[in-house]
Design a protein around this ligand. Structure first.
Ligand code: GLN
Length: 313
C-alpha cells in the first residue's frame, strides 16, 4: 500500500520514530536519579536524552543529545570482556561465572558466599577480575591503550578519550570497589595488586563517548555482513547471551521482559543494546532507575523494540 492511502500501514521509519521518541521522553518530567557515589557524575544534569541506531546496512539514525559525550562506565565491560576472551579465552571462566547475580552491581555479600568467584563478568567484582586478565603482566598504561584502541576501532573514530577527572573522582570514593578487589585478592583471584587492577578498571570506566559513537562501537556485536567484524561469530553470540542474562544486573530479567534484546548499561546513564543481525542501538539519559540503569533509556528501548518488533522472542 502506498503511504498516502487512507488507513495504510506505514513501514516503521526510524527517521520518524526516533525524533518522536525523543519528544515523548522529554514531555514526561520524571528523569530518575543521577549516580551520586561518583561525585563527578553527581553534577550531571539529568534532563538529557539521546538515541542512536546503526542498522545492518550501515545507516546511522539518531535523535536528541546524540553528540554529547558522557561517561560510559559499565558499558565498557562489554569491550574489556571481548579483549579478555581474546587474550586468555575460556581460561577466564575458571575465575568468573556466567550466571545472573540477582544482586546490585556492587554487592559484596555474594562474593564471600561463593569463595571469591564472581557470578558474571559484568557485576563489579567480575569486571575487576576481567580487567585483571586484560592487564596480564603489563603496565596499566599499556592495557588502557589497548582498550581505548579497541573502542576507537569499533567506533571508527579516534575522538574517544578517558576523562581522568572522573577516574580520579571514583578512585577517591571507590571504597566498595576497593573492598571487592581486596576480597578477590584474598581469594587469590587477582594476579596484580588490587590498586593496579582497580586503577585500570576506574580508567576504562571513565571513557567518554557520544551516543552516536557508542552505537557505532556496538556494530561488531550485530554480526551482519556489512558491519565491521572484530571477533568471531561464536564469540558475538556468547557476548550477546551474557548481555541478555547479566547486562542489567538485578534488573536483567525486567529488561529482557520489557525490551527483549541483549543490552549493557552503565551508571553514566548509557545503554548499548543489540538486535542480532539487525541493529546496534545506544541510548543515554543520566537519570537512573532503582537498579542503577538509565530510566528513560530503558523506556525508550522498550518503546523502540515494540514499534520495530525487535524483541528476539
Ligand atoms: N565504575 C562504576 C563502578 O565501579 C561502574 C558501575 C556501573 O556502571 N554500573 O561503580
Amino acid at each position: 500500500m502506498r503511504p498516502s492511502q487512507a488507513g495504510a500501514t506505514e513501514l516503521p521509519n526510524l527517521d520518524a520514530i526516533l525524533p518522536r521518541l525523543n519528544d515523548q521522553m522529554r514531555d514526561d518530567d520524571i528523569w530518575g536519579e543521577v549516580a551520586d557515589y561518583i561525585p563527578e557524575l553527581a553534577r550531571i544534569d539529568p534532563r538529557q536524552f539521546a538515541i542512536a541506531v546503526v542498522l545492518a546496512d550501515g545507516t546511522l539514525h539518531s535523535a536528541g543529545d546524540a553528540d554529547t559525550p558522557f561517561s560510559v562506565q559499565s558499558v565498557t565491560k562489554v569491550f574489556t570482556l571481548a579483549i579478555a576472551l581474546g587474550r586468555i579465552g575460556d581460561q577466564l571462566w575458571t575465575r568468573v561465572g556466567r550466571e545472573p547475580s540477582g544482586r546490585a552491581f556492587n554487592s559484596i555479600v555474594q562474593l564471600e558466599q561463593e569463595q571469591g568467584r564472581p557470578r558474571n563478568p559484568f557485576i563489579n567484582a567480575g569486571a575487576i577480575v576481567t580487567t585483571d586478565a586484560v592487564l596480564g603482566n603489563r603496565q596499566p598504561r599499556e592495557a588502557l591503550a589497548e582498550i581505548v584502541q579497541f573502542v576507537r576501532t569499533a567506533a571508527g573514530t579516534d575522538d574517544i578519550h578517558i576523562n581522568n577527572k572522573v577516574a580520579a573522582s571514583e578512585t577517591t570514593f571507590g571504597h566498595r570497589n576497593f573492598a571487592l578487589a581486596h576480597f578477590l585478592a584474598s581469594c587469590d583471584n587477582l594476579t596484580n595488586r588490587p590498586e593496579m587492577t582497580l586503577g585500570t578498571y576506574f580508567h576504562h570506566c571513565a571513557l567518554e563517548m557520544t551516543t552516536v559513537q557508542l552505537a557505532m562501537a556496538g556494530r561488531f556485536l550485530v554480526d551482519a555482513p556489512g558491519l565491521p567484524r572484530l571477533v568471531t561469530p561464536r564469540r558475538i553470540r556468547r557476548l550477546n547471551a551474557l548481555m541478555l542474562t547479566c547486562g542489567h544486573y538485578d534488573g536483567s530479567g525486567d529488561f529482557a521482559y520489557r525490551v527483549g534484546i541483549p543490552g549493557k548499561s552503565g551508571v553514566g546513564g548509557g545503554i548499548l543494546a543489540i538486535v542480532p543481525g539487525v541493529a546496534s542501538i545506544a541510548v543515554w539519559s543520566p537519570g537512573l532507575n532503582r537498579y542503577g540503569n538509565s530510566l528513560k533509556g530503558t523506556e525508550a528501548l522498550a518503546s523502540l523494540a515494540r514499534q520495530m518488533s525487535w524483541s528476539i522472542f
